[in-house]
Design a protein around this ligand. Structure first.
Ligand code: TMP
Length: 207
């Protein structure tokens, strides 16, 4: 692939606050003059959004979860991400393959080698250039999710997992950030929104 745009992904445990900041990051990139495609996983195409609805709601074998995540990802990369990068656009994607390593690998114990094989198959030519990891301790995440539930938001299958699951997911994110320090930027997402935005603005300015 003659890749000309940049591929930015956003990651973090549930309740880390990443969704609050997607529009802010997209606007900051646009202000720098880039055309930005903001998208999400699982999802981003009609087929992948259908797979999202299935995989976030229905209990299933952990291997099936991995395979469906990559089926959705294959659609998304082929129809949205790769064409955008080839056009020279910047892609801002709310979660990508790091989430499969963290949730299905760390959370559910699926062998990371298998996940890596599927990543190579699905998007060997299309790896994130930069990954912003929104980091909060599991107790902060759980408190935010409990508040959301109290306010009437229905939590999905992964948001209803226990504290140990959340800890394992976060541990894998941290391990991946340690293994690839040039790709990851870690943002302390326990701070007030204005401070998180200032940190994000500095990251975007340096991209
Ligand atoms: P979101 O709430 O950030 O949109 O993410 C949807 C949920 O899907 C979130 O709980 C994390 C989970 N997920 C996985 O378990 N594996 C994956 O590969 C992806 C992309 C998301």
């Amino acid at each position: 692939m003659a890749k000309r745009g940049r591929f930015i992904t956003l990651e973090g445990i549930d309740g880390a606050g990443k969704s609050t900041h997607v529009a802010f990051i997209a606007d900051a990139l646009r202000a720098r003059g880039f055309t930005v495609v903001a998208t999400r996983e699982p999802g981003g195409t009609p087929a992948a959004e259908q797979l999202r609805a299935l995989v976030l709601a229905i209990p299933m074998r952990h291997d099936s979860e991995v395979l469906l995540m990559f089926a959705a990802r294959g659609e998304h990369v082929a129809d949205v991400i790769r064409p955008a990068l080839e056009r020279g656009d910047w892609v801002l994607c709310d979660r990508f393959t790091d989430a499969t390593f963290a949730y299905q690998g760390g959370g559910h114990g699926v062998d990371a080698t298998r996940i890596g094989t599927l990543a190579q198959w699905t998007h060997a030519d299309c790896m994130p250039d930069t990954t912003i990891l929104f980091d909060v301790p599991p107790d902060v995440s759980r408190a935010r999710l409990a508040k959301a539930a109290d306010e009437g938001r229905a939590l999905d299958k992964f948001e209803r997992e226990d504290a140990a699951f959340t800890r394992r997911v976060r541990d894998v994110y941290h391990a991946r950030a340690r293994a690839e320090p040039a790709r990851f930027r870690i943002v302390d997402s326990t701070r007030p929104v204005a401070e998180v935005r200032a940190a994000l603005a500095a990251i975007v300015a340096a991209l």
